[in-house]
Ligand binder design. Sequence first.
Ligand code: ADP
Length: 501
Amino acid sequence: MPEYAKALSKIFGTALDASFDGVVITDNNQPDNPIIYCNQAFCDITGYSMDEIVGHNCRFLQANDRNQKVRKTIAAAVKEGKSCQVDIRNYKKDGSLFWNELSISPVHDENGNITHFIGIQNDISRRKQAEHNLNLERENLEKRVNERTKELQEHEQFLKGIVETIRESLIVLDPELNIALVNRHFEKFFKVNSNELVDHKLTDVLEGSWDIPELINLLRNVLPEHNPFEDFEVVHDFPYIGNRRLMLNASQITVGETYQNWILLAMEDVTERYVIEKKKDDFIAIASHEMKTPITVVKGNLQLLERMLNKGETDGYQPRLKQATDSLENLSRLIANLLDTSMLTSGSTRRSSEVVSIAEIVNITLGEVSEVYSDHDFVLYGNSDLNVVGDRSQLSQVITNLLTNAAKYSKDTKQVILHIGRVGNFAKISVTDTGIGIAKENHKRIFDRFYRVSANDNNYFGAGIGLYISQQIISDHGGTIWVESEIGQGSVFSITIPLSL
Ligand code: ADP
């Protein structure tokens, strides 16, 4: 070897030994491509001495770990005389694993034949470990995020479930009063679809029916100062559902950064409750007012009779006694009806089920009523043999109510006709009077609880419950009750009850 070549080879040798990368050179012209050179760094990486390395094929570094895919990549590159770069698991002399980042390049002679392969290697175990740890960490994080997301989704479903189950209408507004959410009850109650509402201004939806100045003032100005706000009453005509009385509770909520000063509005429909309360008040007022009249009459007549007896007067006590007993009769009927009303509304009536002869109960009640209204002329037609199944005393009560009304509201004409007949599989009973009659617009309403035709209020004793009770009893027996009447022309009240066949 010429002198300069020797010097150059020494320089290269020193340079290679100074390198931190492990370098090996294999001889491609010898069988099994043995290592003919390795630098110091390669010895440091593998733990073998140069003598232990030179002469071996590089595969000794994989020990028994022979099934690595990358080995095929290396074999293919060597076979085709190409470069390649792989990360391969290698083992040091002490058996410990290290990850080798290996680059292989062929060396060609002037004829293009491969004479050697140069392998440059780096122990990248630390990087691999770090990558591995990073992957583990990422997988862990992903798992935790998934778990947390699932938890949040479940929580959201849970809260949604509560909101949807609530039997009150709920609406969530952003600070600008845009609708963010309504629950199913709201949709059902107002007969709207949430798509028509969400992202719209509260004041714009439902034909502007929520543009109620007091409410808007409450939400914008009062609520921030008095949070939460309870029992704000709104009486309003809403599209599709008409006039409603709503009780509103509002609260302003701030959750995190996203939900600053949002508004939760819960509304309860108190329309029916209000009507019932009002009816109850009316009931008490009417009952106490109506009781006063007969009690005063009884009391007055008894005092008068006492005075007459004290003076030894016997003339004229008959009409006084009759007036007192008539009034007591009125009072007891009123009390019976009042009691029936409260039992019917609380659903606690129990009716017996027996075969009842219509003729029998009509004759008995007719006898009783005609005794009270002795000035009246009661006529009975068609007393045929009809039986129904039901409650004898309830059915008698209905006929008594109809006969009493007929007599009561025909003070001047004094004629009452009772028809009994069969229509199909029903018994039909009609009570006809020639009294004051009832205007068409009241034909339905007189069957409502406490309803009285106002023009008659002061002239006729009553509490507006007799027909209500009669209707309840008849419908409970599977029948119907109705009126045909004209003002000043008298009235015909009819009932049908299924026959016991
Ligand atoms: P009341 O105790 O007031 O008579 P009802 O429920 O029996 O209560 O009747 C309700 C209303 O229907 C009465 O107040 C009266 O205005 C009207 N009414 C009932 N029956 C007759 C009738 N035969 N003729 C005219 N009006 C009647």
